[in-house]
Design a protein around this ligand. Sequence first.
Ligand SMILES: *Cc1c(COP(=O)(O)O)cnc(C)c1O
Length: 219
Amino acid sequence: MSIKDNLQHIKSTIPEHVTLVAVSKTKPKEALLEAYEAGQRVFGENKVQEMVEKWEVLPKDIEWHMIGHLQRNKVKYMAEFVSLIHGVDSLKLLTEIDKQAKKHRRVIPCLLQMHIAEEDTKFGLDEPELNELISSEEFKKMENIKVMGLMGMATFTTDEDQIRKEFAHLKSIFENLKQKLPSISILSMGMSGDYNIATEEGSTMVRIGSSIFGSRNYS
Ligand SMILES: *Cc1c(COP(=O)(O)O)cnc(C)c1O
């Protein structure tokens, strides 16, 4: 199946209001262009350097999403153009994004990453940490970031009930947060292996890589 066919297939299985982020990390720009020509405009990368290199050469109407774990010292390289940062999991990181966004006189949309999986290797906040962050004075003073919602990753397992439970948990945190912050509208959950469960549980944005571009080769 071609990239175009894969995109078409995925689009036909997710609800229309769900945004598809094509996760293009490690893939050459030719692959991204193929997806672009099939109409895809939203791409996700997990390394700042790689995203900058692709942004420089690819069409300017692409929306670039940073989906990976982000180091504070890298924010400055993408502050000019990034459309959404999914993996924000500390006030320190948010403070740096705010500072770099200000330099470019823009507001950078962000998602806070929640820890919902069993593995302790996955980054993210728990609900008390989330509430502490959003009620802090520093957070309330920030003018150059906009928290649009939450992002999370389920445990890497074949146990669908467990994945469903974790997504449902994230959805309930999302609903609670909506009551406190009016800007909340995006729930980023679901990857190649679990996006159907994620959309059934209320995802509004799925991040899909290998089911579009084929498996990644890290060698
Ligand atoms: C790589 C990655 C994805 C996409 O994974 P696939 O299984 O290839 O769809 C989604 N989200 C994050 C945070 C990723 O790093």
